[in-house]
Design a protein. Structure first.
Length: 71
């Protein structure tokens, strides 16, 4: 299973959309400062995610930036 996720900084006006096979681990990496593009924006909250069986579909969805506009 592949996940496309939307996280938001709790202290800054910053959002991030990513793709991973292990959502729980990846969120911990973001909040642990292990992801260079998000480490200064921690803590981050998971706002939304979608699950995909095919990694190609997940990557295609990750690059569709309209995800932030959805409920």
């Amino acid at each position: 299973m592949q996940y496309v996720y939307f996280i938001k900084s709790q202290g800054f006006d910053f959002v991030y959309i990513g793709c991973t096979g292990d959502l729980e681990k990846r969120l911990a990496e973001h909040n642990g400062g292990l992801v260079p593009s998000t480490k200064r924006y921690a803590p981050l909250t998971l706002c939304y995610f979608e699950a995909y069986l095919d990694i190609k579909d997940a990557f295609k969805r990750e690059h569709n930036r309209n995800i932030a506009a959805e409920p």
